[in-house]
Design a protein around this ligand. Structure first.
Ligand SMILES: Cc1cc2nc3c(=O)[nH]c(=O)nc-3n(C[C@H](O)[C@H](O)[C@H](O)COP(=O)(O)O)c2cc1C
Length: 354
């Protein structure tokens, strides 16, 4: 499968591994890149000793990296250290990327900016983002409520087609198999940024008890709240929440965060003890709604291959079922506002020759 994203980064699959803080280490980022995706090392809040150790596990693969922007604002000097590893791409999420854009681009890395709302798109485009990641609420880990992949991705795709046609678009949130990958390509993305499904891989830095809960639970069993940020004593900017598998902590405190703050010390002790004992009925398992699609813990390379094969089969099957003249008449790509450089799959739609 070829898209503008695979061509830009010389990939086999239109899939990037999300730079999941402390989860996407050198083994996972390296495995994804070696398999033919784009591996991004999850620098998170910027622990440089961790990053150095993980870089030594990449195994010579070409990878990128990522940091949490509002945290970088507190220690901007960390960016130089992260860029010293010569990432092929660098992703900033959760804050204003503009102060860091020039340095990232001068290093030779492509700038990837993850957004949750249209109102954040201007900043990302002003920063000169090479790739926008449109992250919806289904996603695991931090994000925002309200937006779903099926409307956010085409809305961003339309704006990019008009305003920044060379800027690539990845969809993030809820993409767990080839059906999801095919869907976001159909919505106008150039590829997918996958977090939770790769969190449930052999190379991820995740305890097996935590991954086992994802296998056991369904997509109903996740929750977005500030509970685990309070328990970990990390203050996130307003508007961001954290999606994790439900457990006794979310059942008790999600929606009651003000009350939790009153007993935070006591609850933190329980939480820390549970995390030390790998007890995820109390400790957190950061996994999105994709939990309902996680049935095993394969190698990252197998996840990518299965996603790509299934997506290709679906797209070919649907293509065969459609009757060409009708497609030409009804193609939304011919409608005003969608015109512009072809997005998504190379050779699919976008031109009037059917
Ligand atoms: C365990 C975990 C940790 C994450 N950490 C980060 C992070 O440090 N920085 C970031 O930009 N996004 C982070 N994310 C969000 C991802 O970038 C991505 O948007 C999300 O995983 C996509 O949705 P999905 O989980 O349904 O695949 C994290 C996601 C997970 C599951």
């Amino acid at each position: 499968m070829k898209t503008r994203f695979t061509e830009r980064f010389q990939l086999k699959y239109p899939i990037a591994c999300a730079p999941m803080a402390l989860v996407a280490g050198g083994a996972l980022a390296g495995a994804v890149s070696r398999a033919g995706g784009l591996g991004l090392l999850g620098g998170g809040y910027g622990d440089m000793a961790w990053m150095a150790q993980q870089q030594s596990l990449v195994g010579g693969a070409t990878i990128g990296g990522g940091l949490i922007t509002w945290s970088l604002d507190q220690t901007p000097e960390l960016l130089d250290a992260a860029l010293a590893y010569k990432p092929i791409a660098f992703m900033l999420s959760f804050g204003d990327p503009r102060p860091y854009a020039a340095k990232i681009k001068a290093s030779g890395a492509a700038l990837i900016c993850q957004i949750q709302r249209l109102s954040q798109l201007d900043e990302a485009l002003e920063a000169g983002a090479d790739v926008i990641v449109a992250q919806s609420s289904e996603a695991g880990g931090h994000g925002m409520t309200n937006r779903a992949t099926i409307t956010l991705v085409p809305e961003v795709a339309d704006i990019l087609a008009r305003r920044a046609p060379d800027t690539l678009l990845l969809a993030a949130g809820g993409i767990g198999d080839g059906r999801g990958l095919a869907a976001v390509l159909a919505l106008g993305a150039d590829g997918a940024l996958v977090g939770s499904r790769l969190w449930a891989s052999q190379e991820a830095l995740v305890n097996e008890n935590s991954q086992a809960r994802a296998i056991e639970l369904t997509g109903d069993d996740t929750d977005r709240s500030n509970v685990f940020d309070i328990l970990r004593d990390i203050t996130w900017p307003p508007g961001y929440t954290f999606r994790a598998l439900t457990n006794t902590m979310t059942e008790r405190w999600s929606g009651n965060e003000d009350e939790l703050l009153l007993v935070a010390d006591e609850e933190r002790e329980k939480y820390n003890a549970a995390m030390a004992a790998n007890d995820y009925t109390i400790g957190h398992s950061p996994c999105g709604q994709v939990a309902g699609l996680i049935r095993d813990i394969p190698r990252a390379a197998d996840i990518l291959e299965a996603m790509d094969t299934q997506a290709t089969e679906i797209l070919l099957r649907l293509g065969k079922r459609l009757q060409l003249p009708r497609v030409r008449e009804l193609s939304p790509l011919d409608l005003p506002g969608v015109a512009g450089p072809q997005r998504g799959l190379r050779g699919e739609g976008g031109s009037s020759d059917g």
